[in-house]
Design a protein around this ligand. Structure first.
Ligand code: CTP
Ligand code: MG
Length: 396
């Protein structure tokens, strides 16, 4: 028997994601960001790309429904799903959320696909295959894959029996049903107090045939912290470069310090904080990695707190900001430009110290020194300058 009614998806996003919550700072897994969208939206896009699907019922935690109505409208406004949708509240158990979703389906809907938003990788091809089977007359079709582990039933730590692996399947979503069949099964489940973990179970218990179709190895359900790798690995790592420049004037002031290393015999410099021109250039370069502005903004000359401040602390603070912005620093190239004093005897020590301040390997830090051939203010021994280039990696 085929039908001409509509196929809708019920997209479940009303769980609390308890098993993953600790690893992601309490965010419910369906709301984790991946490729610029919350996880649940990826399934919505997949359904919108499946020609035979007419609409989606989004099911969210009851206390977040109003907020999620706005979020969904905004996502759809930015890049329309091109199909009808509704947003509704879920219930305590998964099966309660499904039931609430079923009650929102329009009267023209004859078939429903119930999908866990925690499975963002289901393919259009697989979903279309399920719909084809429903339209050919199957009342229940669910994707399934072979089980690779041997599965045992266990009670109080003791194995009761071992199931025959060749007869076992691991089932996924979306699970497709004739709406009347699923609706009746849910009603019966309510009346008889069935407690199940998927919709097919209650259709089976209601005595109907549940057909399986080929599931997909990649269609995993984000459940435990190790599953997060699936959405992290997909991120691209992009390099970013920050550049910094600083000048200090020679004059009675502070003993010369470069890269945190005192330079005995060097001219004194006039400066705020400890006058370390090299670490100031470095701090500016670090800020440049992530659009962090400049050190004048973060550590103003006018602030008493910054008077005498160790430049090592400034570098550590801007590094913490870079880390917060998701940038990992992988390389630093520093150049001091000054006519006096001769810096080659200090170069290795400066390199070692900068590496230590930054928590980098010495191989990730380079220090150079040059003169300007007696030209300009450095050549005239009026001051010293330093430049820094820092390379970072950012995942997007
Ligand atoms: N779900 C739901 N309503 C519930 C429980 C679960 O809509 N009351 C949804 C979840 O949002 C998820 C899917 O059902 O997309 C599968 O459930 P599961 O993986 O168990 O997710 P959670 O219940 O959220 O996670 P956990 O069991 O770790 O708390
Ligand atoms: Mg659960």
């Amino acid at each position: 028997m085929s039908t001409s009614g509509e196929v809708w998806a019920v997209l479940l996003a009303a769980g609390s994601g308890t098993r993953l919550a600790n690893a992601v700072g309490g965010v419910k897994k369906q709301f984790l960001e991946w490729k610029g969208f919350p996880l649940f939206w990826h399934s919505a896009i997949t359904f919108s790309n499946t020609p035979a699907v007419s609409g989606i019922i989004f099911v969210f935690p009851p206390d977040q429904v109003e907020e999620m109505k706005e979020v969904v409208a905004k996502l759809d406004g930015a890049d329309s799903l091109g199909m009808r949708f509704k947003v509704t509240a879920g219930g305590k158990r998964r099966q309660d959320s499904v039931f609430n979703g079923l009650n929102e389906l329009p009267s023209r809907c004859t078939h429903v696909l119930v999908h866990d938003s925690a499975r963002p990788f289901a393919s259009v091809k697989m979903i279309s295959g399920i719909i084809d089977r429903l339209q050919a007359g199957d009342e229940a079709v669910i994707p399934a894959i072979d089980v690779t582990d041997t599965i045992k039933e266990v009670e109080d730590g003791i194995v009761e029996r071992t199931l025959t692996r060749s007869r076992l399947k691991a089932v996924q979503t979306p699970q497709g049903f004739a709406l009347s069949t699923l609706h009746a099964a849910h009603k019966q489940a309510e009346e008889e107090g069935w407690d199940v973990t998927d919709d097919a179970s209650m259709v089976e218990m209601a005595g109907k045939d549940v057909h399986i179709c080929e599931g997909e190895e990649g269609n995993i359900k984000m459940t435990n912290p190790e599953d997060l790798k699936k959405i992290e690995e997909d991120k691209r790592t992009i390099p970013c470069v920050g550049w910094g420049y600083d000048v200090h004037k020679f004059g009675e002031g502070r003993p010369m310090v470069l890269g945190g290393v005192p330079i005995p015999g060097g001219p004194e410099v006039i400066a705020h904080s400890d006058g370390d021109v090299l670490l100031h250039a470095l701090a500016d370069a670090i800020l440049g990695l992530f659009g962090g502005g400049d050190i004048g903004h973060h550590f103003p000359d006018t602030s008493d707190a910054c008077e005498n401040m160790s430049s090592g602390i400034i570098v550590k603070e801007v590094m913490a900001k870079a880390e917060e912005a998701g940038v990992e620093i992988v390389h630093v190239d520093l150049t001091v430009i000054s006519q006096i004093p001769k810096l080659s005897p200090h170069r290795e020590l400066i390199r070692k110290n900068v590496a230590s301040v930054m928590g980098l390997d010495k191989a990730q830090v380079n220090v150079k020194a040059t003169t300007e051939e007696k030209l300009g203010f450095t050549g005239e021994k009026k001051g010293i300058k330093a430049v820094a280039a820092v390379t970072g990696l950012k995942k997007i």
